[in-house]
Each structure stands twice: as structure tokens, then as C-alpha cells.
Design a protein around this ligand. Structure first.
Ligand SMILES: [Zn+2]
Length: 271
């Protein structure tokens, strides 16, 4: 792992933890439910971040005796943990929102919310510079900043007018947690379903194979992780091909598909 990446990652974890603490204090001590719920989504985010990066790196371990196809699918563990932690937070939040009594939002709440936003904006900015690791998984997105802005407005108006506005803000953030949950669920269900590549890629694979003068009888490809496919292809060679020739051509096909499309296949030869 790149040293710079590690360094920035820890800064991100540190700043978002700080953001969480600030928001939690504002939410809990200064009685803004909106800020409290926002703080909980932040802690979920931090745990999800650490889990995602941890398993993302594990996924690159080469095949070994207990994982013959490589460790790519360990990458899903990050998403699974994200789902579990978000579901837990959703439960806590729903419970909190249901048991509501009239409350008074204190002046400090919107101020701490603003501080939280500043911290979080720097986290979002930093995570962009770490690039693909974090943005691919959409862990730190602009929506996080939007969330913070909603909370500032809700808690400020809650302080100035009525707690109900703050409560509505909390409900909006809670609904967003549910949205995030179903989004992550959809993503992982799709990836775990052995989904085939887009038809266009299958056709390109077929054309690449046919270029070698063989007949394609069957193609089976499945997504292993984003951008990587595994499968098998059944082909038949012209009658006068020797076993040696057929074997060499099969090897060439396998290599070309790997280099060109990141498709790992075994070519099975039929007469
Ligand atoms: Zn292993």
C-alpha cells in the first residue's frame, strides 16, 4: 500500500471521528435530534470506511491453497459490514424518533453543527484526493455535506422557533439512512448473483475467440468484482487440427481475453 494513501486515510479517519464527536455533543448535550442522527450516520460511515479499505486490500492477495480463485470476493465484506452497521444505526434512530417528547434545542447545537460541517467538508475533499479507493464505494460523498447543511438549518430554526423543525430535519436524515441501506443492498445482491457482463462485452469476447478460426459453442461469464469476469468457453476446432495446435491456440485466446478485457477463462475444446 502506498505510504501517502495510508497517511491520508488516517487523517480522514481522525477528522471524521472529530466531526462525529462534535456532532454527538451537539446532538446529545444540546438537544438537537437532527444533529444526533447525523452524528450516528457519521460513526457508521467511519466504521464502513475502515472495513471497506481493509477488505479492499485483502481482495488483492493472490490465490492460495484455501482460495483457488483469488480473494476478490473478500472485497464484498466491506459492503456487508456497511449494511450491517447502517441497519443497526437505522434501528437506533427509529427507536429514538418514535419516543419523542417536547424538547428545547439549545443555541450551541447549530454552532456545533456548523463546526461539524467544516470538519466533514475537509474529509470529503481529502477522500477525493485518495481517489478511487473511497469514491468508488461512495463512502464520502457530497450528500454527506448536504446532510450537514440540512442539520444546520433544522437545528438553527429548531432553536429559534420550535423543536418540531429540528425533529423534521432528523426524520429527513433518518429517511436518507434507509435510502443508503437499500442502495448498498441492491449493489451487493447484484454482485453476488453471478451476473453476466453486458451483452456488448460478451459479443466482443465471442469475436475475439472467433478470430482464431474456431467455432464458439458456449460462453459462460460471471462478474467476480467490478471490472473482472471469470468463466469458461467451449469451442470446436476444424477437424484437421492437432491437439498441440488446439492447445496453443486455446492458450493464446485465454491470454488475449485476460489482457484485453480482464476476463479469466478456461477454454474447453470439443471436436
Ligand atoms: Zn486464502
Amino acid at each position: 500500500m502506498k505510504y501517502m494513501f495510508k497517511w491520508r486515510l488516517w487523517v480522514i479517519v481522525f477528522l471524521s471521528t472529530l466531526g462525529f464527536i462534535v456532532k454527538f455533543i451537539g446532538g446529545y448535550l444540546y438537544c438537537s435530534k437532527a444533529l444526533f442522527v447525523d452524528a450516528l450516520t457519521n460513526i457508521a460511515n467511519i466504521i464502513a470506511l475502515v472495513a471497506t479499505v481493509y477488505y479492499y486490500l485483502k481482495a488483492y492477495i493472490p490465490p492460495d491453497s484455501d482460495h483457488h480463485f483469488g480473494h476478490y470476493r473478500l472485497g464484498f465484506a466491506g459492503t456487508l459490514i456497511t449494511i450491517i452497521i447502517y441497519a443497526f444505526i437505522a434501528g437506533v434512530v427509529v427507536c429514538d424518533l418514535l419516543h419523542v417528547r417536547e424538547y428545547t434545542v439549545k443555541q450551541e447545537a447549530p454552532i456545533l453543527a456548523l463546526l461539524g460541517l467544516l470538519l466533514y467538508s475537509s474529509v470529503v475533499y481529502l477522500s477525493r484526493t485518495v481517489s478511487e479507493y473511497l469514491t468508488v464505494y461512495g463512502l464520502f460523498t457530497v450528500s454527506e455535506v448536504l446532510e450537514s447543511i440540512i442539520v444546520i438549518v433544522a437545528s438553527a430554526l429548531g432553536y429559534l422557533y420550535t423543536y418540531i423543525i429540528d425533529y423534521v430535519g432528523a426524520t429527513i436524515i433518518a429517511l436518507y439512512i434507509l435510502y443508503e441501506l437499500q442502495h448498498h443492498l441492491k449493489y451487493i445482491i447484484k454482485l453476488l448473483s453471478d451476473i453476466a457482463p453486458p451483452v456488448k462485452l460478451v459479443n466482443s469476447v465471442r469475436m475475439t475467440v472467433e478470430k482464431y478460426g474456431v467455432k464458439v459453442k458456449r460462453i459462460r461469464l460471471r462478474l467476480v468484482k467490478n471490472g473482472l469476469y471469470q468463466g469458461d468457453i467451449v469451442v470446436s476446432f476444424p477437424p484437421n487440427t492437432t491437439v498441440k495446435e488446439a492447445h496453443e491456440i486455446s492458450n493464446m485466446i485465454e491470454r488475449e481475453l485476460k489482457d484485453k478485457y480482464n476476463v479469466d477463462v478456461v477454454v474447453h475444446i470439443e471436436p
